[in-house]
Write a new protein. Structure first.
Length: 451
């Protein structure tokens, strides 16, 4: 083709397609990893596994109320702020504007990594638009939760909810605010004065020291300065260059502020749509969404849970799966795999591939159940109900599968799994109409099967 003979519009189209072809040739991808249950699905392990194939791993929402646990060469790492990909030496990590940051917690994680010989300099960037968690957020979280009595949500008391509340009330303090010290001091003094009035008048709680907090955050600014940048510009430039991005959220779909079991939810959007607003990436840039699900279901805190185990079996299963929160240490509630929840998550996230974790926890069971639908008022329900009162009264309808009674921990190929395990996984794929791409059979990075 002679480019001298075509009009500008044709030239633009031609360049557009050349760019797309070049990106395809470089296997460019922007993949979101989401929790497809109530959190704790093993997203950290999946992100860690995939981060070796990614140039950048970016966290898009949540805060220190979530912990991603990674077991590597016998050593356990728990991250509350820093993306799970930090353990891959050639991967750059980004904390996006949708995350609320606890300065103390973040610096502790950085220092811990340095002690382990992992240097994050030049490999960790933080959005200048990210909001900061203040001491008054943690204190308010505590007094508000105590004030609820029997109506407690089950918050982690890390100040996440109050920090997001300030963000949407337009009185939050962002990292960019630290740049102007005078303006920062003025904003912070105004906020502390207001919070102290609230704490003293309504909750009869101890007031906070203004000067102490201001000085501590000014010191934090000095430590964090080298990591701060406009991460939206950075990420979009990386996409144009054909780099591979992996985007991770915290918590899970059923804890989403809009799509979770409200009010027993978190204060942000863990679903895939949250990745766009939490990182400043347009939805047309997303190439795939992987939903992480345990081979069964767990939940921490209060709220309805249709397939929950009860009695002695519940306690025994919790020990079998070591089901305790990585952030709080709270015991997790456990239950059978719920296909109603899975299909709901697939719909609201646009999930096109599933990662099943902790299959090995089921190795010793005689029989395993899958919930295929709910029953409420003598009617079958296949779509996840929005009313928590209805959900609380739903009875799960199960199909029962025989256990495989064989250890799967050392299996690395799908075809080498026990036949009954393969049938169990195939049934999940059939019920969800979604391909299973990864199966976890242990806590270590290499204890995984790529399908």
């Amino acid at each position: 083709m002679d480019f001298r003979t075509i009009n500008p519009t044709d030239l633009w189209v031609g360049v557009f397609y050349v760019k797309k072809i070049n990106n395809i040739g470089r296997k460019m991808s922007v993949v979101i990893v989401v929790g497809a249950q109530w959190g704790d699905e093993g997203k950290g392990k999946v992100v860690d596994l995939l981060s070796g194939e990614s140039d950048i791993v970016a966290r898009y929402q949540g805060g220190a109320n979530a912990g991603h646990t990674i077991n590597l060469k016998g050593e356990q790492f728990i991250f509350h702020h820093i993306p799970s990909g930090i353990l891959s030496p050639n991967t750059v990590c980004v904390i996006g504007n949708g995350v609320v940051i606890d300065p103390y917690g973040l610096m502790e994680e950085i220092e811990l990594l340095n002690k382990k010989g992992i240097d994050v300099t030049g490999r960790l960037y933080i959005s200048h638009k990210a909001h900061l968690i203040m001491p008054y957020h943690k204190l308010l979280d505590k007094v508000l939760e105590e004030d609820q009595g029997d109506g407690k949500i089950g918050t982690t008391l890390r100040g996440i909810g109050p920090a997001y509340a300030d963000k949407y009330s337009r009185i939050g303090i962002r990292i960019v605010d630290l740049l102007d010290r005078d303006s920062f001091r003025e904003k912070l003094r105004k906020n502390i004065k207001e919070k102290n009035r609230l704490l003293k008048t309504i909750y009869n709680a101890e007031e906070l020291d203004e000067d102490k907090i201001i000085n501590e955050y000014v010191e934090f600014d000095k430590k964090i300065d080298e990591f701060v940048k406009d991460t939206s510009v950075f990420l979009n430039s990386a996409i144009k260059e054909g780099k591979n991005l992996l985007l991770e959220g915290a918590q899970g779909t059923l804890l989403d502020i809009d799509y979770g079991t409200y009010p027993f939810v978190t204060s942000s959007n863990p679903i895939s749509g949250g990745a766009c607003t939490g990182l400043g990436i347009g939805p047309t840039k997303i190439t795939s969404v992987i939903g992480v699900m345990k081979a069964y279901t767990t939940r921490v805190g209060r709220g309805p849970f249709p397939t929950e185990f009860i009695g002695e079996f519940a306690d025994n299963f919790r020990e079998l799966g070591s089901e305790y929160g990585s952030t709080t240490g709270r015991p997790r509630r456990c239950g059978w795999f719920d296909a109603v929840i899975a299909n709901y998550s697939i719909r609201v996230n646009g999930i096109d591939g599933i990662a099943i974790t902790k299959l090995d926890v089921l190795d010793t069971l005689d029989e395993i159940k899958i919930c295929t639908c709910y029953q409420y008022n003598n009617k079958n329900i296949i779509h996840f109900p929005s009313d928590p009162k209805i959900l609380q009264k739903c009875e799960p309808i199960y199909e029962t599968h025989p256990g495989w009674k064989q250890l799967t921990k050392n299996v690395r190929k799908f075809e080498d799994l026990p036949e009954k395990a393969k049938k169990y996984l195939s049934r999940i794929s059939e019920l969800t109409e979604t391909k299973i791409k990864i199966v976890g059979v242990g806590s270590e990075r290499n204890e995984s099967i790529r399908c």
